[in-house]
Write a protein that binds this ligand. Structure first.
Ligand code: UDP
Ligand code: MG
Length: 318
């Protein structure tokens, strides 16, 4: 091959002072291996993206940059969340690499899969998804809730790659196209499959976090899933409309019953149970319906403001 591609490994880091000293050496090893195998240029590098951490993450990054210039860094002005800091990193490298690989800082995604990703890229694949072959190391609870979310999302009209998080390779053409998606409600797992370039999958076993603790507890996962659905599909609103239609049919049947009772029965005042049930069931359905519509209005509210999605306050690049 005449031109070896420059690979950028992009790592979102939020309070990862404990994990980085363990994971960055592993990633540097992968870069060495890539250039040793003549798969990637020796100029390939790692971009550590600090997401407004409250611990010593940024000073750890500065130290690592001084020790090895292949380690570069950006820092966001404040904590924006995984998706935004990842976008900031990808947009920073998009004109400065041939392909970028996003990977978490905690080594849960096996860095050895990078070799296979780059091999596929060199054969012309532009987006390579890292897909977990097993979730044995996740707790039973995390595993089942995660799978329930995938099934639910699919029902609600959101197409994602099954068991793929944000561990993936994207060519710089794919990054350029990603840059054209201007949405404020960022759900990369939904956007990337829509880009539609030639794609493939690499499987790997998901490991345990090397150090520190998960920043995605159940509540955050739930809200991430709802955001994903409401950013990509209007199906929930369709469903509440259909529920309304079904209720209307039931209501018509009930009115027939009510009218016949009114004219032909002598004990019509005994309606406490049915009235209580209707008030509570219909009341909660109405609230849910308003809530679902509110989710979409909230999304529109965020989009129309066109606020910047992130602000980079510091850069280590030389
Ligand atoms: N992360 C981030 N900003 C946040 C939360 C998380 O940049 O607000 C990073 C975190 O440092 C890690 C990745 O996102 O590199 C995934 O987070 P984590 O490992 O805590 O999630 P889990 O693997 O438990 O789902
Ligand atoms: Mg993790």
């Amino acid at each position: 091959m005449t031109h070896l591609p420059v690979i950028a490994i992009v790592v979102p880091c939020y309070n990862e002072e404990q994990a980085l000293p363990l994971s960055v050496p592993k990633m540097l090893e992968m870069l060495d291996e890539l250039s040793g195998l003549q798969l990637a240029s020796p100029d390939s590098y790692i971009l550590l993206c600090n997401d407004g951490s409250r611990d010593a993450t940024w000073s750890v990054i500065e130290r690592m940059h001084i020790a090895d210039r292949r380690v570069k860094g950006i820092s966001l002005a404040h904590n924006r969340g995984h998706q935004y800091v990842l976008l900031a990193g990808l947009m920073t490298v998009r004109d400065k690499c041939d392909a970028a690989i996003s990977i978490d800082a905690d080594l849960q995604d096996d860095p050895r899969a990078i070799i296979e990703m780059v091999r596929k890229f060199n054969k012309g694949v532009e987006i390579v998804y890292g897909v977990r072959s097993s979730r044995d190391t996740d707790t039973w609870f995390k595993r089942t809730t995660a799978h329930a979310f995938y099934a639910f999302q699919k029902k609600m009209g959101l197409e994602t790659v099954y068991d793929h998080a944000d561990y993936r390779l994207m060519s710089n053409r794919a990054l350029g196209l990603l840059g054209q998606y201007g949405e404020s409600n960022l759900f990369l797992r939904g956007i990337v499959p829509q880009i539609g370039l030639k794609s493939d999958v690499v499987t790997y076993a998901r490991e345990e976090r090397v150090a520190g603790e998960s920043k995605y507890p159940l509540a955050k996962m739930l809200s991430f899933s709802i955001d994903g659905i409401t950013s990509f599909s209007a199906r929930p609103m369709r469903w509440i409309f259909l529920t309304g239609l079904v209720l209307l049919v039931i209501a018509l049947l009930v009115s027939v019953y009510v009218f016949t009772s009114y004219f032909y029965s002598d004990h019509i005042s005994a309606g406490w149970a049915s009235i209580m049930l209707s008030i509570w069931v219909l009341g909660s359905l109405i609230l849910i319906a308003i809530g679902v519509v509110g989710e979409y209005i909230g999304k529109i509210f965020n989009e129309v403001k066109h606020r910047p999605r992130y602000a980079i306050s510091d850069t280590l690049w030389d």
